[in-house]
Design a protein around this ligand. Structure first.
Ligand code: NAD
Length: 289
């Protein structure tokens, strides 16, 4: 690694807090070296309030690109020069690309989710998709599914601080993709949820339920919602197999875990700022097994 860095090496980075646990520096530096790309990737612990200074630094150091994580994804979308269509609808970005001083914000979480489904034999085009959640992951998934041709999207969320955002997301999707039917319901309406899952092709959890320390819980209370042939996906990747996926598997559903979404959002980011393909097979073996 030391030998690889020279006076010409370009800097890329992850910004957010906390970032100390992030696997991104190891994954991207490995990929740069593998592909012979003259970049180095670091992680910087910064708050939302520090983001204007981060953008000054990106410009000053002529950084080619990088990533934003929580809690900086929303403020980043206000500080970039341009937004991709999905980032514009969502109002958040997790990737930036600097083209000669013009910084574009992208969001690849939804792209990673859809790609992961495709690789598991479940393309979203013309499908009815039920998505639980209204946070960062859920919004990205809902918007990308609509942009990629889902026929109908049903959103369930707790009647908490996120609910207003759920309604706003639904309106934004309807405006951007008028052909897509979007409905919003309260997550505590179990009967409605069962009915909606039963009539859907793909069901996804994008809440924090199932993630440690909520790993003894599942968002689905009535297991009669499940049937063989239903695709059940979880954005949660820690633990790798959530209670939701365990119960869905027992009911004969096709299950898709959150690790693939994590991998493929990174692959999409790499392509955006390098223009090249990440060595996915090696990255998978080294960082995702
Ligand atoms: P967030 O904080 O933005 O949103 C949290 C969501 O969970 C909200 O919709 C909230 O209403 C809901 N929620 C909270 N407590 C709940 C409860 N008790 N019952 C039902 N709903 C509840 O979080 P986020 O960034 O969107 O992350 C959500 C999950 O997705 C996390 O587990 C995160 O690790 C995962 N994630 C995965 C990837 C990936 O690449 N696989 C990417 C981003 C996030």
């Amino acid at each position: 690694m030391e030998k690889r860095i020279s006076g010409h090496t370009g800097l890329m980075a992850l910004f957010g807090t906390p970032v100390g646990h992030s696997g991104s520096p190891a994954m991207y530096n490995f990929s740069f070296q593998h592909d012979g790309l003259d970049y180095a990737y670091m992680a910087f612990d910064v708050t939302e309030e520090e983001m204007p200074k981060v953008f000054e630094s990106i410009r000053l150091l002529n950084m080619r690109g990088g990533n934003f994580t929580m809690p900086c994804k929303n403020i980043a979308a206000q500080l970039v020069d341009k937004l991709s269509p999905a980032a514009e609808i969502i109002g958040a970005c997790n990737v930036f690309v600097n083209d000669d001083g013009v910084i574009t914000g992208h969001i690849t979480d939804g792209v990673g989710f859809v790609k992961n489904l495709e690789l598991n034999g479940a393309p979203v085009k013309d499908k009815k998709v039920v998505v639980l959640g209204a946070g960062g992951a859920a919004t990205a998934i809902q918007v990308q599914c609509a942009l990629d041709g889902a026929r109908e999207i049903t959103i369930f969320n707790k009647n908490d601080a996120f609910f207003e955002r759920t309604l706003q997301t639904a309106e934004k999707i309807k405006k951007a993709v008028p052909d897509c039917v979007v409905n919003v319901y309260d997550i505590d309406d179990t009967a409605k949820m069962t009915e909606e899952i039963q009539s859907s092709d793909i069901f996804a959890n994008a809440t924090i339920v199932g993630m440690k320390p909520l790993d003894d819980q599942s968002v689905v209370k009535d297991l009669s919602a499940f049937r063989p042939g239903l695709v059940v996906a979880d954005a949660v990747y820690n633990p790798e197999e959530t209670k939701l996926l365990r119960e869905a598997k027992e009911a004969g559903c096709t299950c898709v875990g959150g690790k693939g979404m994590l991998l493929w959002q990174g692959v999409a980011a790499f392509k955006l700022y390098t223009g090249q393909d990440m060595p996915v097979d090696d990255v998978k073996k080294l960082f995702f097994s």
